[in-house]
Design a protein around this ligand. Sequence first.
Ligand code: MN
Length: 234
Amino acid sequence: MKILVTNDDGIFAQGLWILVNELKSIAQVVVAAPDREQSATGTAVTLRQPLRVQKASPLVSEVETYSVEGTPADSVILALGKLVKNKIDLLISGINQGPNLGDDVLISGTVGAALQGYLRGFPAIAISVDSVDSLHLDNAAKLAILLAKKIDANTLPSNIFLNVNLPNLPLSEIRGAKITRLASKSHTDTVEEGHDGKRKYYWLVRQKVNGDTDEKTDIWAIEQGNISITPLHT
Ligand code: MN
């Protein structure tokens, strides 16, 4: 099995390499990821400037690794269009350190990268842990292995595009896994104003919306301590 791994937290992110380290035991893994933090770049694609790529030293030995000066979506387009020789069996984007729930999938670089695999006919999974200080990335890596094995065994449809989120809990405290739909609202956005002595500046500030009461949504599932698996494919 051949798996392409990318992310939006950048090529040095811990989540990416924990994932690669696990996947390596069941698959040939290729990494193509942005050379820097690219969270919240959504589906952005670079069309008005050239893209540059470097072969990079992997943080897990013997993994073909490319560092892309571009967005997460650029990384996948470039990998599938040029860098990766043979056909892949699966694209996994993550493990993102931070949730990608509800309408946030529309600005998520993690999901935006997975979308490019799906659009090219490959099974695609975006995987995230619900904390920026992700202490339990290992559960997500193990879940990725389970899903990859199912795809390899053809027990899942080949045209899947899944958005997976895990609560930031030890395995013993995770209640179960729910197949969910996207909640309608994940954040409220406000604009804060400051002054640097010369000019005004603004910060876009996001605040999590809590308490989704619809039991079919991803936010509800996570808040209740469940893994949320949301099919995004049509
Ligand atoms: Mn991110």
